[in-house]
Design a binder for this molecule. Structure first.
Ligand code: IPM
Ligand code: MG
Length: 354
């Protein structure tokens, strides 16, 4: 465990500041008597940065992030910035931050919980035993290729290099080795050249560096179907940027709510970036209805991966599980008897003391 940690909090837009505040409270509580010194700083990204400095990523905040041990981000985006051109949109700030920090490995764990089975569109037998980690390549592919539009014709280029595929495969291979020794790589190798390079590279690297891990390749369209039909077959999923974005929202339906999913974005050696998978939800911003769990579980990942505080991460996860088992739950999970962001956060703080 680190003795002291500099953490930059980028609350962002919409419900971002609400869930970030909840997650910071919980982080302070869980580290309270552990001897870990927290140094917290705040920065600006997304619409909140645009309003302050005209850029979707405040340059001073980026400098702060580079010097931090870890970065926590709420969410970015909102209707008031929707009309802006691509490079000025709030999302461009997030993509730039990911690229600048080199956080190529995005871990998105998801699981089903019996207490929430009824909140999903699936039958109990489909949900039993779902406990998966999706590894999404985060700094390459179609998100970062050349783009253009003349109003009549538009394009987005998708590029992957062997090196980019190898390094994300290593991350997924290590996770698979520590879990069920099963890796499922998802691509579109029947259509895309990048996917054919992806499949070849994953096959070769896994055979030479992780011969103990069973590897399976599935086309993304079939994977979307299996995720709904037989999700428990997946243990570690490895996929490229765009497919990972799409499949992680789909996967959240197995958990019961997008508001429950955390993520960690890791680089080779710099600080990690931690953010809930959900967006800024402008429709409920300011109503106290945001689910803080995705943000709080992202703090657990921050403790684990950046602060090397595994015991604290597990304590926090156990507290969240206790609350998810019995409630209180936020409105998207329990529409008829729901608790506020504040009440759910209090419940998690209470469960931490047990
Ligand atoms: C996510 C989000 C982002 C992405 C958006 C906000 C740019 O959907 O983290 O999944 O597409 O990566
Ligand atoms: Mg997404």
């Amino acid at each position: 465990m680190l003795k002291a940690a500099k953490i930059v909090v980028l609350p962002g837009d919409g419900i971002g500041p609400e869930v970030a505040a909840a997650a910071v409270r919980v982080l302070k509580a869980v580290t309270g008597s552990s001897g870990l010194q927290l140094e917290l700083a705040e920065g600006w990204i997304g619409g909140s940065a645009l309003d302050r400095c005209g850029e979707p990523l405040d340059p001073k905040s980026l400098d702060l992030c580079r010097e931090a041990d870890a970065i926590f981000l709420g969410a970015v985006g909102g209707p008031q910035w929707e009309h802006l051109p691509g490079p000025k949109r709030p999302e461009a700030g997030l993509l730039r931050l990911r690229k600048e920090l080199g956080v190529f490995a995005n871990l998105r764990p998801f699981r089903s919980r019996p207490s929430l089975y009824a909140r999903t569109p699936y039958r109990d037998e489909v949900l039993a035993g779902v406990d998966t980690i999706l590894v999404r390549e985060l700094t390459g592919g179609i998100y970062f290729g050349a783009k253009g539009s003349d109003g009549e014709k538009a394009f987005d280029e998708c590029v992957y290099t062997r090196t980019e595929i190898e390094r994300i495969t290593r991350v997924a291979g290590q996770l698979a080795r520590a879990r069920g020794k099963k890796l499922c790589s998802i691509d579109k190798a029947n259509v895309m050249e990048t996917s054919r390079l992806w499949r070849k590279t994953v096959t070769e690297l896994m055979a030479s560096e992780f011969p103990d891990v069973a590897v399976q390749h599935i086309l993304v369209d079939a994977a979307a179907m299996y995720l709904a039909q037989k999700p428990a077959r997946f243990d570690v999923i490895l996929t490229e940027n765009m497919f990972g974005d799409i499949l992680s929202d789909q996967a959240s339906t197995l958990a019961g709510s997008l508001g429950l999913l955390p993520s960690a974005s890791l680089s080779a050696e710099g600080p990690g970036l931690y953010e809930p998978v959900h967006g800024s939800a402008p429709d409920i911003a300011g109503t106290g209805r945001a689910n803080p769990v995705g943000a709080i579980l992202s703090m657990a990942l921050l403790l684990r991966h950046s602060l090397k505080a595994e015991v604290l991460a597990q304590q926090l996860e156990a507290a969240v599980e206790r609350v998810l088992a019995d409630g209180p739950w936020t409105a998207e999970i329990a529409p008829h008897a729901f608790a506020s962001t504040h009440e759910v956060t209090e419940a998690i703080l209470g469960a931490l003391k047990v």
